[in-house]
Design a protein around this ligand. Structure first.
Ligand code: 13P
Length: 251
C-alpha cells in the first residue's frame, strides 16, 4: 500500500511569524493523524522557523526549490539541498510549473535538482503538468510523459523510488478549476506507466503520485478514491490551518 501524502505549498505567502503560528495551529489540528504524511512548504526565509516549530510532530517540512548544485559554492542567491536538510526540512518541491513558467526551469535543471536532493538525503517532490493549450491540442499526455522522462533521465530505479511525483495541470492551479477525478486518474496512470517503462514496475507501483490544482476539502475525497492518486499538493487552501487540516483529514 502506498502511504498517502498531503502537502501544502505556501508559495510566496506569509511572514515568518505568520508561518510559525499557522504551523503551530496545524500541528494541533492534525494531532494523532498517523496513517498519512503531512507536509508544509514555507518560503526559504521561514523554513528554519517552521522546521523548529514542527520538530517532533507529524508535520514534515519541505522547501519550494533548491539549487541544482550540491554543497556550497559561489552561486549568489541559491540555497543548496544540504542547507535545506540542515534546517530539519525533509522534502523539496522541484520543477513546480510556476518555476518552469517564470524562472526558466527546464527538465534538465529539474533532473539536476533531483540528484542534489537525493545526494543530501532529501525527498524531491517532482512536479509535472501540461498547459491549457497542451490539453486543448491533445498534447497533455505527451507533455507529462516528456517531463517525467526528462526529470528521471539517467537515474536508477533505487533513486526514482525515493522521489514523489506531483501531477499539477497548469490550467487547474489557482483557477478553482480542478481536474475531474477521471482526468487525474488517467494522467496518474500514464505517469506510472512512463515510470514503469523507465525503471520497472516495482518502482512505478511503489512511487507516490500526488494531484495538485485547486484541491480543497470539498473535492479531496473523490480525488483520493482514484486508484493512482496517492495524495494532494495544495496551494491556496493550505494557507489556512483549519482549511488545510480538513484536507489532511479527508475520509
Ligand atoms: P492551488 O491549490 O492554489 O490551485 O495551487 C496548486 C499548486 O500549485 C500547489 O503546488
Amino acid at each position: 500500500m502506498r502511504r498517502p501524502v498531503i502537502a501544502g505549498n505556501w508559495k510566496m505567502y506569509k511572514t515568518i511569524d505568520e508561518a510559525v503560528s499557522t504551523v503551530a495551529d496545524l500541528v494541533r489540528l492534525v494531532d494523532g493523524v498517523d496513517d498519512r504524511e503531512i507536509l508544509i512548504a514555507p518560503t526559504f526565509v521561514g523554513l528554519q522557523a517552521v522546521a523548529n516549530a514542527a520538530r517532533g510532530t507529524n508535520v514534515l517540512v519541505a522547501a519550494q526549490d533548491c539549487a541544482p548544485h550540491p554543497g556550497q559554492g559561489a552561486f549568489t542567491g541559491e540555497v543548496s539541498a544540504e542547507m535545506i536538510a540542515d534546517t530539519g526540512a525533509t522534502h523539496v518541491i522541484v520543477g513546480h510549473s510556476e518555476r518552469r513558467q517564470y524562472f526558466h526551469e527546464t527538465d534538465a535543471s529539474v533532473n539536476q535538482k533531483i540528484r542534489a536532493c537525493l545526494g543530501a538525503g532529501l525527498t524531491p517532490i517532482v512536479c509535472v503538468g501540461e498547459l491549457l493549450s497542451d490539453r486543448d491540442s491533445g498534447a497533455a499526455e505527451g507533455v507529462a510523459g516528456r517531463q517525467i522522462r526528462g526529470a528521471f533521465e539517467g537515474l536508477t530505479g533505487a533513486e526514482v523510488v525515493r522521489t514523489i511525483v506531483a501531477y499539477e495541470p497548469v490550467w487547474a492551479i489557482g483557477t478553482g478549476r480542478t481536474a475531474t477525478p477521471e482526468i487525474a486518474q488517467q494522467m496518474h496512470r500514464l505517469i506510472r506507466e512512463t515510470i514503469a517503462n523507465l525503471v520497472g514496475s516495482d518502482v512505478s507501483e511503489a512511487i507516490r503520485i500526488l494531484y495538485g490544482g485547486s484541491v480543497k476539502a470539498e473535492n479531496v475525497s473523490e480525488l483520493m478514491q482514484e486508484p493512482d492518486v496517492d495524495g494532494g499538493l495544495v496551494g491556496g487552501a493550505s494557507l489556512d490551518a483549519l482549511s488545510f487540516s480538513r484536507i489532511v483529514r479527508y475520509e
